[in-house]
Design a protein around this ligand. Structure first.
Ligand code: HEC
Ligand code: HEC
Length: 383
């Protein structure tokens, strides 16, 4: 009896060992014991960020990651960094509908804005990547984007005197590996937090009793836009969620993450989330983008787009065309698979000029100017 039990345990142990040994993406645990924890401040109303236990956010790792984010040595011909397509002044997005990679080729999709990434579970428009650590490795070898190979990139970093000590400070020794590059960039990206817009101020002050809970915005146009945004008439809130996402106004959480807003009548080449899941109901679904830092309002009733062009294909070039797209209601055809929350699809909404201006003004209240200018996120090679 006893022997048998021992044997069973041995067999199970053996199986477990064999399994762990074969796992291709086995986690490499780094020595972060001599690092300084980075004080990632969680904005009021936000949930706890998702920080992987095997890659804590540290002052040393963030410093290294910031250099790597702006490091052109990560691209084949050393002309492009992550920051080339993700520019801080436009919410870490790109002004081109499709970014131009190093060989002059266009990316398949529009570059995404980057902030509040520590609260997200899926990356890319189709959500094909689940961690920032993994995501950061993809552009480097992507032939359209940075078109480099890892041995070359790692050799270049090793030959640059500033890097070995930076890797040692962040990960315990001077070894430069691609996993460490991914981890450091992910640490830096988690610090890019934006929660200091007019909207955030109003939410904070309302929560602490400083403002009335109804009509809290000082500008009536913004207030009107807010009411429209969260009413069935404007109907943005079902997808660009507010309450359930703790003021994030983008998709966070598994259920609401991917939606089809009827952008296209047909999904022929591009199939969005379907490309990951293969499920027919996922055709045309894209990661619902955040609405923060998309628009600038001037307070005189006029507003312009900040992070345009919009959508996964950059097909909506201006703020006016964005509002007209939603006013039109989106496409609803047999193949479009449009979300039921696009209730006006194929019918249109008939907003008045005042309603359109109000929606724009509300979007403008979501823009955080301190984030756009925060020198903690800017190119460290320049300042
Ligand atoms: C040539 C332009 C280009 C370069 C260079 C580039 N990106 Fe991107 N980035 C994109 C595009 C385009 C997408 C969307 C791709 C898709 O969905 O298929 C994207 C998406 C992302 C996302 C997903 C954001 C989200 O909300 O899901 C992250 C994170 C990101 N990039 C980080 C980086 C990092 C880190 C680097 C450098 C290692 C980098 N990018 C280099 C164009 C670029
Ligand atoms: C059915 C869900 C849904 C509804 C309702 C909805 N959206 Fe969207 N929104 C999306 C999705 C999904 C995308 C990305 C689509 C794509 O790229 O193909 C998007 C994209 C956007 C973008 C572009 C952001 C970027 O970074 O490119 C803006 C701005 C926007 N929506 C504003 C609004 C406003 C304003 C309303 C209300 C009038 C609204 N949305 C209603 C799902 C929705």
């Amino acid at each position: 009896m006893k022997r048998e039990k021992g044997l069973t345990i041995l067999l199970i142990l053996g199986a477990v060992l064999a399994l762990t040994k074969c796992q291709p993406d086995q986690k490499i645990v780094e020595d972060q014991s001599n690092t300084t924890p980075y004080n990632l401040v969680v904005p009021n109303g936000f949930p706890q960020p998702m920080i992987p236990a095997d890659n804590l956010t540290t002052v040393e790792g963030v410093k290294l990651g910031r250099f790597l984010f702006y490091e052109k040595k990560l691209s084949g011909d050393q002309t492009q960094s992550c920051g080339s397509c993700h520019m801080q002044e436009v919410s870490f997005g790109d002004i081109k509908a499709k970014s131009i990679g190093i060989a002059g080729l266009e990316t398949d999709r529009h570059a995404m804005v980057l902030f509040n990434l520590a609260w997200q579970e899926f990356f890319f428009w189709d959500g094909r990547t689940k961690t920032l650590e993994e995501q950061a490795l993809e552009p480097v070898t992507n032939p359209i984007e940075m078109n480099a190979d890892w041995p070359t990139v790692l050799a270049r970093l090793e030959a640059t005197p500033m890097y070995p000590p930076l890797f040692e400070a962040a990960f315990g020794d001077k070894n430069i590996t691609k996993e460490r590059v991914g981890k450091a960039i992910a640490q830096f990206e988690r610090t890019i937090v934006s929660a200091n817009s007019e909207y955030d101020r109003v939410k904070r002050e309302t929560a602490s009793g400083g403002l009335p809970s109804t009509n809290p915005f000082s500008d009536p146009l913004v207030e009107e836009g807010y009411q429209l945004f969260r009413s069935e008439d404007g109907d943005c809130f079902h997808c660009h969620g507010e309450v359930e996402t703790s003021y994030l106004l983008g998709a966070f959480g598994k259920d609401a993450t991917f939606r089809n807003n009827g952008l296209k009548a047909d999904w022929v080449d591009e199939k969005g989330r379907f490309e990951v899941t293969g499920a027919p109901e996922d055709i045309g679904k894209m990661k619902v983008p955040t609405l923060r830092n998309t628009v600038i309002s001037f307070g005189d009733g006029s507003s312009v787009a900040l992070s345009a062009p919009f959508m996964h294909d950059g097909s909506i070039p201006t703020l006016d065309s964005l509002i007209e797209f939603y006013n039109f209601g989106g496409h609803k055809t047999a193949t479009s698979n449009t979300d039921p929350n696009m209730k006006a699809a194929g019918i249109g909404r008939n907003w008045s000029p005042r309603e359109k201006a109000a929606l724009k003004a509300f979007l403008g209240s979501l823009t955080d100017f301190t984030f756009l200018e925060d020198t903690n996120f800017s190119d460290p090679f320049l300042n």
